[in-house]
Design a protein around this ligand. Structure first.
Ligand code: HEM
Length: 155
């Protein structure tokens, strides 16, 4: 009973986190890009990201802890970085990438909004939007491959 419960908690945290990333990418960015005023764009974006960062950090922590427990219980440690362990391997890579982004978020924002933003906010938000589409794609790939490999799918 413990294993399915753990997978359920793991997936609920994944839904909250990746669902939030999908919302920001598909709803918030198009809204921002329609705004006229540069300052309004930056303030709105920072407000959304700041609030979402708390949800993302909590979800990432829950996903990480439950993911490692799952690896331990299922014995999938042994297949990490092998073709048969493609699901959890991809999940761990995506997870690590988000941890790095969340850890250096403050510095990233400063770097992004300092120089170029004052001259061309439209260009900065376009690049941020493309970046979000890439990480959303990778995350959905991890979900897809994880479910596929976890239910008997083989390469
Ligand atoms: C440190 C990070 C992570 C580790 C170690 C990890 C590990 C695991 C393991 C061992 C399982 C269950 C075993 C299986 O059914 O094959 C699992 C299930 C799952 N994980 Fe992760 N995971 C991590 C992060 C993630 C991330 C970032 C996502 C999504 C982007 C994700 C999505 C899923 C999904 C959807 C399942 C359910 C698969 C199913 O049984 O249908 N995981 N994870």
């Amino acid at each position: 009973m413990f294993l399915p419960l753990l997978i359920a908690i793991h997936v609920i945290a994944v839904v909250l986190w990746i669902g939030g990333v999908a919302f920001v990418t598909m709803v918030v960015f198009p809204m921002i890009m329609r705004m006229e005023n540069s300052l309004e764009k930056v303030l709105f974006f920072q407000g959304v990201e700041h609030t979402f960062a708390k949800i993302a950090k909590t979800s990432v922590a829950v996903v990480g802890v439950t993911g490692v427990l799952l690896l331990y219980i299922t014995g999938e440690w042994n297949v990490m970085f092998k073709t048969s362990g493609i699901g959890p391997t991809l999940m761990a890579i995506v997870w690590l990438f988000y941890v790095l982004v969340l850890m250096f978020e403050g510095r990233l924002f400063k770097a992004i909004f300092k120089g170029e933003a004052q001259q061309d906010t439209a260009k900065v938000f376009y690049r941020l939007s493309v970046f979000h589409w890439i990480i959303l794609g990778l995350s959905l790939l991890a979900v897809g491959v994880g479910v596929w490999a976890g239910h008997g799918g083989r390469f």
